[in-house]
Write a protein that binds this ligand. Structure first.
Ligand code: CAA
Length: 418
């Protein structure tokens, strides 16, 4: 249903598809095995003018929308989920600057990200602060004209590869989430160290690291914006724009797995015919394809709503993330099933899709948190419903008296005898 996309998004999708087929698919299995960073793909994306497209034109980007970002991530993830997130996480890392940075800060950091010369990462989570992001403990204290940062970050995607890090630290611990501030830390700053690399189940080509800050001094001018305490909202607004990217990664993974499953089941012969010719298999594939299309359209409409500046961005972002990632997990698991024993071994590409899909239900807010976000939004909406549904409801109707079934007579009775 390509024609449903606006022309710019269609163009981004086609160019990303080209990169995915030429530069990603041939190396996906090898990158998964070696855990090497996909630098060759970054080069291909730069050559195709696809890096940093979401960054405004005045800072070297293309002012592309969330929808454009999603279609690129979807196409890359169709070939490799790890590459999809390696690309998308640059949006997650740079949205805080786009949303909260001063003009000077945007000029300072965004052009290098827009060109792909520098990669960027997002440092919010900590060992004891995941879903409860407001409870983070990393501390930043102003000392003269410098912030002194102390603490540790966890699950930093792109950790080893990035040059710029948006780090959330508490500048006023007594103010809880209102005391959190976003601060940019550049690679090589004394006191900042990229720590342990996690040995992940999936998305293995992307380095996910711990970050350590020990009396790490950065200029006061690295505080995003000109006021402390705006970090939590900045992080939440960032996630509202980035979560559709995770959802698009999920759609791409599910689509990629479906295509492999269709190819395998149409070639695999059992009982003298292709496995796909069995109705039981066709029904599975039909359900997989239907749920993917539903997820895709939800991602696109959520992205378009965010691009249009509609209210309810958090709800739409959460809805598409939760739905698409659950679809990806189900579809990739079913795809493994369709490969039978071959699906369970690394000779075939399908098990990687299932491993890559799992993280989409977890990162950028576990799906339980997405449901919480949706539930809270609906609770607010419910307060407006009493004026709209202006019908007086005195009481619920009494349950109908239980009636005896009448005895069957005539034709019905005859029928029941036969
Ligand atoms: N936009 C703007 N402001 C928002 C907001 C939003 N979407 N959501 C909340 N806020 C504001 C609230 O209005 C409130 O403002 P006031 O202080 O002025 O009242 C403030 O933020 C606190 O809001 P809540 O009371 O709702 O906050 P909470 O503590 O209940 O938490 C939460 C809400 C939704 C659970 C949030 O903590 C959350 O999203 N948690 C998940 C975090 C997450 O996604 N982490 C993943 C990090 S990235 C990653 O996985 C690694 C990677 O590199 C890929």
């Amino acid at each position: 249903m390509k024609e449903l996309l606006p022309p710019e998004a269609r163009d981004y999708k086609e160019r990303a598809h080209e990169v995915a087929e030429q530069a990603v698919r041939p190396v996906a299995a090898e990158l998964d095995r070696t855990r090497e960073y996909p630098w060759s793909v970054v080069k291909a994306l730069r050559d195709a003018d696809l890096m940093g497209i979401w960054i405004p034109e005045e800072y070297g980007g293309q002012s592309a929308g969330v929808l454009d970002l999603c279609v690129v991530v979807e196409e890359l993830s169709r070939a490799c989920g790890g590459v999809g997130v390696a690309y998308a996480v640059n949006a997650l890392g740079s949205f805080p600057i786009i949303l909260g940075g001063t003009e000077e800060q945007k000029q300072r950091w965004l052009p290098a990200v827009a060109s792909g010369e520098k990669l960027i990462a997002f440092g919010l989570s900590e060992m004891a602060s995941g879903s409860d992001a407001g409870s983070l403990r990393t501390r930043a204290e102003l000392d003269g004209d410098e912030y002194v940062i102390n603490g540790d970050k966890k699950w930093n995607t792109n950790g080893g590869a990035a040059s710029i890090y948006t780090v959330y630290a508490s500048t006023r611990p007594d103010r809880g989430s209102r005391g959190i501030s976003p601060i940019v830390v550049e690679k090589g700053t004394p006191g900042f160290e990229v720590g342990k690399r996690e040995d992940l189940m999936g998305i293995r080509c992307v380095p996910v690291h711990e970050l350590h800050f020990r009396d790490c001094r950065v200029p006061q001018g690295n505080l995003l914006g000109d006021q402390e305490g705006r970090g939590f909202k900045n992080a939440m607004m960032t996630l509202d724009r980035a979560r559709p990217g995770v959802a698009a990664q999920a759609v791409g993974l599910a689509q990629g797995a479906l295509e492999w499953a269709m190819r395998y089941t149409s070639e695999r012969q059992q009982f003298g015919q292709s496995v796909m010719s069995f109705q039981a298999i066709q029904f599975m594939i039909a359900d997989m394809a239907t749920s993917i299309e539903a997820a895709r359209q939800l991602v696109y409409s959520a992205a378009r709503a965010i691009d249009a500046g509609e209210s309810g961005a958090s709800k739409y972002a959460a809805m598409c993330k939760v739905f698409a990632s659950d679809v990806a997990m189900k579809v990739t698991t079913d795809a493994v099933q369709l490969f039978g024993g071959y699906g369970y071994c690394r000779d075939y590409p399908i098990e990687k899709y299932m491993r890559d899909a799992k993280i989409t239900q977890i990162y950028e807010g576990a799906n339980q948190i997405q449901r919480l976000v949706i539930g809270r939004a609906l609770t607010k909406e419910a307060t407006g419903l009493s004026s709209m549904l202006d019908v007086k409801v005195e009481h619920f109707p009494e349950p109908a008296e239980e009636k005896q079934e009448p005895a069957l007579t005539g034709a019905g009775a005859e029928g029941s005898k036969s």
